[in-house]
Each structure stands twice: as C-alpha cells, then as structure tokens.
Design a protein around this ligand. Structure first.
Ligand SMILES: [Zn+2]
Length: 911
C-alpha cells in the first residue's frame, strides 16, 4: 500500500467535485491580499456547538460529511465567514432556513464565505452544510496509514486518523478554526462494522446501517457510532481514529477515569509501561493543579506513522508507535523518552485543552508547560528512571540556547498571522526555551507559590482561553513573602518572552577591605558576526548563587552591573542547578576552582553540564580560546554523569572536525585517551547509555578493538547464530561501526541481508533502528547501495517518518543530492512543515561554497511553513563554518602544545 502519493482516482474525484460545485453555485476564488487581518475570522459570529456526521470512504479516499453548527451572531452580518481548506460544500447550505446568495472561497486565507442578500440579524442560528474532504496520505487533516510491510497479512490493516493542530481541522470540515472559538462537539462516525472507532468522548450508541455503500469495494456492513458531547474545546483538539487494534489494556484511576492503551494486533503487552505512567500522571496532576482531569475517559493510541511524536487531542491522545510502546528489550533511554512523552501529552489535557491559548502567539503556554512538567514531575511519577534534571538541560535547555543565539530566532511570544506561520513556531523556542522559562519562574517563586498561582490560573480560565499576561496576573495574585522592591512577575518575564536571545553574565570575585564581593555584569550573548543592534538590551534576571559554604543567595538583577557581598571568600557559582536561561562566564582562576569543586562532587550534574557547555559557548562567541574548553574537559574527565559525558563527547567531535589534517593523528590519540578514561568510569557505573555513546566515539576514531568486535559480532547477530551477542542499546551503533563503508567494514551482502530483516520486522522502533543503519553502507564503490537507498527514500516501501530515519543515517552529500534532484517528490511526500524541517536540519555543509549552494537552492525551491527553518539552518551552517576556520588556527597551535606528548597536561599546568 502506497503511503506517499494521492491515488489518481482521488484526484479525479476531487476535480469532478469541483466542476460539479462550480455548476451548482456561483464560486469566486479571490487572490491573496497582503493584510494579515484577512487571516483572522470576524469576532461577531461564534460557534456554540457542532453536530458532525462523518462517513469515510476507504475506496475513494473521500470523507463525506454533514454539519449542523449552532452559532451566536452578535451584530447583523451579510456574510458568515468560516475556515475551509480543500473542503467542498456539496449541497445548498442553509442558515435556519435562509439560503445564501452565493459562496466564495479564499484559498490563500483558507476561508469560505456564505454571502446573504439581506443582513442576518443578531441571535442564535443553525447553519447546515454538507461537504466532502480528502483523506490524504500526508499525515495532516484526515489521513490514512497502513501497518508496516512486515506485518503478517491477517494483521495488515489501514487506519484512518486525524491530526488537526494547528490549523488543519479546516481540511476535514468547514469550521471556526481558531483556538479561542471554542464549542462543544457531537460527533457521529459511519464506519465498517468490523473496525474500531474512537473519538474524544465515550461512545454512547452504535446502530447498524441497512443501506449499502455506493462503492462495491466498501464493506457492506456499516455502523453509525455516536459519541457523547464534548466539553467546549478548540477545533484543533477534535480527533477520531478508525482501524483494527488489539484489545485495549485498561485501568480505572482513583478518580474513576477510564484509561485505555490501544496497540497494534498481537502487541498488547507493549502498552503496559505507558498505561502505568498514564494512571499515575492523571492522579498526580489532578492534585497538583487542584482540578481533576475533566473527561470520563482517556485513550492512548499507537499509530505506525505520525507527523510528530504524539498529539494531545482531548481524551484521545495519538502517538507515533515508538513514543508509546515499550517491551522488555526497549533501551533505557527510549523507555525514559516514552515516559516523558506520555506525561507531556497528559499535561496538555490541562495546559492546552482545559485552558487553551488565546491565539497561536501563546503556543508556549501549551508547549513550555507540558515540556517542563514532563521532566520536572518525572521523578514523582516514575522515580529512578533517569536523572531528569540533567536530561532536561541536555535535551531541551542547551538546544534552545543554541537556537536562540541565532539571528533567525524569534521571541517566545511569537508574532503569527497566516496559517503557515503557526506551524513554524512549533520549535525549540516554544518548547525548550518556553520550558526553561517555566522552570526559571518555578525556581524564583518557589514550588508552593508557583503551584498556588497555577491553580488560580487554571480555576479562572478552565474551559476557556488565556494569554501570557493572564498567567502573570494569576501568579502575582497568589504570591506571599516577596522581598521589598522586587519587580513584578510581568516586569521580569516581559524581558524574556517578548524578545529573542538571552544574556551572558560575567562573574568575578574581588576582595577589598569590606570583604569579598561578587561582581556581575550582563550583556546579550552574541555570536561573532551577529547584529550589534540589540547589544544594549538588558534583562531582569532572577539569579541564584551557590557559595563554597553551602549558602544560596537569590536576587533579581535589574541593571547591567551588580555587586553582591559574599558571606565568605571561597568560590561562588551562578545558576548552580541550570534553572535560569542565561550563560555565565568566569575568569580562568574562578573557573578552575569551580571545576575542582565539580570533581569533588560539590556541584550537581545539571550544574556541571551547564558549566561545561557555557565555556564551549564562550569559545563559540570568541570570548575564550579553545584551550579553556579543552581544559574543562580534561578536568572533568573522571565525571560520572551520562549527560556531562554526552555533552563533552559531542563538543570534542565538533572541535575534532576543525583540527588540521596533519594533526589529526595527535587529536585522535588524545580523544582515544579521553574515551578510555571514560570507559574506566563506565565500568564502575555500568550506564548503558554511556556505553552506547562511547562505543560510537571509539568507533568514530577508528579504535581497532571496537571495530574488530563490531565486525565479528554484527554478522553473527544478522545470521541469527548469536542473536544475544549485542544488547538492544548497542545494536544500531554496532551496526554502523561494522558497516563502516570502505574502512574495513563488513561486506555489502550484509546490506541486502539487513533489508530482508527489515521486511520481516513489525516494530516501528526496531524498523527505524535498522533503517537508520542502512546509510552506513554507503560507499563510492557501491553505487547499487546508493541507488537502493534513493529508491527507499522516494518509493512506497517506508512510512514517511521512517524515511526521515533513513535520511538521518545518510552522509550530508547524499542528503543534498536527494533534496536537490528529487525536491518535487520530497516536498509532495512531506507536505506540511514538521517533516521537511527535519530534512533541512540534516544539511551539514561546512564550506562557504556549500552554504551558498543551499541558499541559492532554497531561493527557488521552497514549501509552505519552512522559510524560518531554512533561514535558521543557513545561519547555523554559517556560524559553524566560521568557527571551523578560527578553530583551525587555534588548534594548529594548541594541538602541538597540548596533544603532542604524554606529559603535555603538565606543561600547560592542567594537572
Ligand atoms: Zn506538546
């Protein structure tokens, strides 16, 4: 079953419908206007309730629908305007018996206008329309996915599902598709009797339909499934899913909420981990937010393909399979990822669903809160799974800082108008920076004050909408015991949410007759070459200082400089738990003291991680030489934290790429030395994640022992002679090292063998691992491999999300060739920005000519919703290219001084 193109029959039907409609009504298609106001709906017509009747036709890929919308009109209108995108009205619409004079479509604004001859007076009205929409294969609106090719024939099935966030409900039915236009929904689905049908609310009735469908391919036995009325909610949260699943795993939480997990047939046991997490999360959040989960049921459904990891539809959360299922073989990092994904989606049931953003500019109120809660509350819900604090820093905070340092960044409260702009703000700024700001507030106000304020906020806006200013107000009202003269929450947070970028604080200790003083100076963190226009920006920064004697000092820094008298003259460290969104720079002497304290165990892993990353960031900003970060790595080489090591090794790889060719050997020797030190730590701590990372690193520097082991172990795993040779955590890494292209890897026959294993594999997580390894077999001498990889990327064999895994494993040269030679096919397959963005982020040119080629290509080849992603990636590449140029000069000196000989540390005074 093809999942990458719209069948020709569907296009014919769509064109025919358009022709029919043109004959039936007077249609005018308006051209694009420049005003951003035209993208917003008029406020004097509001929906109160939708009665929706959907009947999907699996043979023609058409969704036939009827809608009776109860609407409130507050002032006389001659047009009823609502959203619609490729939705066609198929009969005469009627407004409580009145027929419109004509219907006009504005494709650019995605709006449909029903125009009346006489003004419609204010009041409550019923709008009746019938319509058709397309069931697509592009994972947006109403879409179909098939179970993977590896599924046994009797379990193979088609699933129809929805994904409406942010602006795709209008692809399924005409509606008021803005988050503040909340209404209740009464949904009825007519579906084949042998398929399961789920929606936001519980099923209330099921009726067998006697008439058979017009299509002979349709199953004759059909049922009409009616669902209970939903609470008032935004259109983007409406959802349904139709398909064949295993019997659900289910439980009832302590408040009587029915929780069910739906898995593919035959894999029911893989849902039990998520069921346990969901059960604890609902109860925990109910207590924390002072409001219980407001619906009577919640379903968590696994889908073989999905445009993102999951979607929080109220009462019907849809997951891409690897984000929900976990078996006993699931690696620990993936298990932690499943747990945080489930918690994130359930947090949205309050932050997003119960209280929705007033407009998409406030998206961070959804994503920032759900992201922060998923890490911060993980230990309360599932203790001992992972060091959640340093994991948050590593996966969310640092990548948000990295993106927010770019000129192409945007404020957390983003300025969005057009439908395609809304999709652009689903990025690391709304998620990671948003979450970091929530964490900063929590740390500044204290847990008790913070959650009292949140309870106030939820109570006030439940079943409604809120803007960022509403949150500040609710938090401020519940505050107790604040220091005199402290600025208000709105004053402090305004600096952080309404402008892009963030500050760096330069900290030093000066001793005089009055004692020891910590001197602080803030300035905008700026990469070389960035615009100096905003260099005078100041932030009101809630700062936290840890001192050598264990004191914690808290202040709000409101000016460019600040001096704080320390209670003692030892070291002092800012942001010790990485709770604030700023960088810190220390003079070398203070940095050395802090690193020593880190080695002694006096600084938590999250603090050590930020300390290390800050010094690399200062190097990237041209504030320190490469010697400083390398020194930090050297001092921290006995660290025990996986996240600290991950950061360290990733930076080393980056710096390694800048080493001049004639010094490569010296650098590799040094890297091998560091990795082996890490291996020593690893034996003591037995962290599987660290083991995976080190194996990758040792493989990347051509460590002979690791390579020899991989080349022997992998074929044994593949042939099934020793399937237990490789642990699940290491499997994909071993595969990549063993494949190793021309550098003495295993033969190409193993590539074809691996493909045959893929065709027998059902688990999407395992399939993605296999697919991610295929690119490692690429080699100039193996054109047949490259040809097969391209056919996989463009053909129907892989799910769309699987293609992204394939691309992730390809060399940047191949990614570029794929994009440039097959752009039309790629852009069509990945319609919508989510997936195209991932492809664009995979471009990794480091030469100025390569970056020029990227810029030139995207000038003439673009797609809806990717402009910001392209700008950001080009800037990332340019910054990295400039850095490599500078590092080359620095490293030429440094490598000879530092990495040349056995006692080089001592010569530099590092030991
Ligand atoms: Zn989310």
């Amino acid at each position: 079953m093809s999942t990458c193109s719209v069948p020709a029959s569907c296009l014919v039907t769509f064109a025919a419908a358009l022709a029919l409609l043109s004959a039936a009504f007077s249609i005018q298609v308006t051209s694009a206007a420049s005003s951003t106001r035209k993208y917003r709906l008029p406020s004097h017509v509001k929906p109160l309730n939708y009665q929706l009747f959907f009947e999907p036709n699996l043979a023609s890929n058409i969704l036939a629908g009827k809608m009776i919308a109860t609407i409130a009109i507050s002032e006389a209108v001659t047009s009823i305007v609502l959203n619609g995108n490729a939705v066609l009205l198929t009969g005469a619409p009627s407004l409580s018996g009145r027929s419109p004079l004509n219907v006009t479509y504005d494709r650019d604004a995605q709006m449909i206008s029903l125009n009346f001859a006489d003004p419609v007076p204010p009041g409550i009205w019923e709008l009746y329309v019938s319509f058709t929409a397309r069931i697509n294969t592009r994972l947006s609106g109403v879409f179909r996915v098939a179970s993977p090719p590896g599924s046994p024939v009797d379990l193979h099935s088609i699933i129809i599902a929805t994904h409406f966030e942010p602006t795709d409900a209008r692809k399924a039915f005409p509606c008021w598709d803005e988050p503040a236009m909340k209404a209740t929904f009464d949904l009825t689905l007519t579906v084949p009797a042998d398929l399961l049908a789920l929606s936001n609310s519980p099923e209330v009735s099921r009726k067998v339909i006697t008439h058979s469908s017009s299509s002979k391919n349709q199953s004759a036995a059909r049922v009409e499934v009616r669902f209970a009325r939903t609470p008032p909610m935004s259109t983007y949260l409406l959802a349904f899913v139709i398909g064949r699943f295993d019997q659900p795993l289910k439980t009832v939480d302590e408040n009587g909420i029915n929780i069910r997990v739906y898995t593919p047939p035959g894999r029911r046991h893989e849902g039990s981990f998520s069921l346990g997490i969901a059960n604890k999360t609902l109860t925990h959040f109910g207590k924390l937010f002072g409001t219980n989960y407001p619906l009577s049921k919640i379903d968590l459904v696994s889908l073989p393909d999905f445009p993102s990891v999951a979607m929080e539809n109220w009462g019907l959360v849809l997951f891409h399979e690897p984000s929900l299922l976990a078996s006993k073989d699931t690696p620990e990092a993936l298990r932690a990822f499943v747990a945080t994904t489930v918690i994130h989606e359930l947090a949205h049931q309050w932050f997003g669903n119960l209280v929705s953003p007033a407009w998409w500019s406030d998206l961070w109120l959804n994503e920032g809160f759900a992201t922060w809660l998923s890490y911060n509350e993980l230990d309360a819900i599932r203790p001992g799974l992972i060091d959640s604090r340093s994991w948050f820093v590593s996966t969310e905070l640092l990548s948000a800082m990295s993106d927010d340092a770019l000129e192409a960044s945007h404020p957390v409260e983003a300025d969005v108008h057009r439908p395609e702009d809304t999709a652009e703000v689903f990025d690391s700024i709304s998620y990671g920076k948003g979450a970091a700001l929530v964490g900063m507030l929590h740390d500044w106000l204290g847990r008790e004050n913070f959650f009292a304020g949140l309870r106030n906020y939820i109570r006030r806006h439940r079943f409604g909408n809120a803007a960022t200013s509403d949150l500040w107000k609710a938090l401020q009202e519940t505050l107790n015991d604040r220091p005199a003269g402290e600025p208000s929450i709105a004053e402090v947070m305004h600096d952080w949410t309404t402008r892009k970028s963030f500050p760096v604080i330069f900290a030093s200790i000066k001793t005089d007759e009055s004692g020891c003083n910590l001197r602080l100076r803030q300035s905008r963190y700026r990469l070389p070459g960035a615009d100096r226009l905003h260099d005078r920006w100041l932030w009101r920064i809630p700062i936290v200082i840890a001192t050598q004697d264990g004191d914690v000092i808290r202040r709000v820094m409101t000016r460019s400089r600040m001096t704080i008298q320390l209670p003692n003259c030892g070291w002092a460290m800012l942001n010790p738990n990485a709770t604030a969104f700023h960088r810190t720079s220390y003079p070398r002497s203070l940095m050395t003291e802090l690193l020593r304290e880190a080695v002694r165990g006096g600084i938590r892993p999250s603090g050590r991680l930020l300390l290390l990353d800050d010094v690399f960031a200062m190097h990237a900003a041209d504030r320190v030489w490469a010697e400083d970060p390398l020194h930090a790595v050297h001092v921290l080489r006995h660290d025990s934290s996986l996240q600290v090591w991950t950061n360290m090794l990733n930076h080393l790889k980056e710096i390694g790429s800048a080493v001049p060719v004639n010094n490569k050997k010296a650098l590799k020797n040094w890297q091998r030395y560091v990795y082996n030190l890490c291996l020593t730590r690893l034996r003591a701590h037995n962290s599987v994640g660290l083991k995976s990372l080190l194996t990758t690193c040792l493989g990347s520097v051509g460590d002979r022992d690791v390579k020899n082991w991989a080349v022997k172990a992998f074929p044994r795993w593949l042939n099934g002679t020793r399937p237990d040779t490789i642990s699940p955590d290491l499997w994909s890494i071993v595969c990549r090292i063993a494949a190793g292209g021309s550098s003495g890897g295993i033969g190409v026959s193993h590539f074809w063998h691996l493909l045959s294993v893929l065709n027998r594999t059902q688990s999407i997580a395992r399939r993605e691992e296999i697919i991610g390894c295929l690119g490692a077999f690429e080699d100039k001498k193996r054109p047949e491999v490259e040809k097969r990889l391209i056919s996989l990327a463009l053909g129907p064999e892989l799910q769309a999300s699987e293609v992204l895994c394939l691309v992730d494993g390809l060399s940047s040269r191949s990614v570029w060739r794929l994009l440039t030679r097959h752009w039309t096919a790629i852009a069509r397959r990945f319609e919508g920005p989510y997936m195209l963005k991932r492809l664009i982020n995979g471009l990794a040119f480091r030469s100025t000519s390569g970056i020029r080629r990227v810029r030139r290509f995207f000038r003439s080849h673009s797609a809806v919703g990717i402009q910001d992603a392209v700008r950001r990636q080009i800037e990332r590449l340019s910054v990295a290219a400039e850095r490599v140029g500078k590092d080359r000069v620095e490293m030429r000196v440094l490598v000879n001084r530092v990495l040349g000989g056995r006692n080089s540390w001592k010569r530099l005074g590092w030991d």
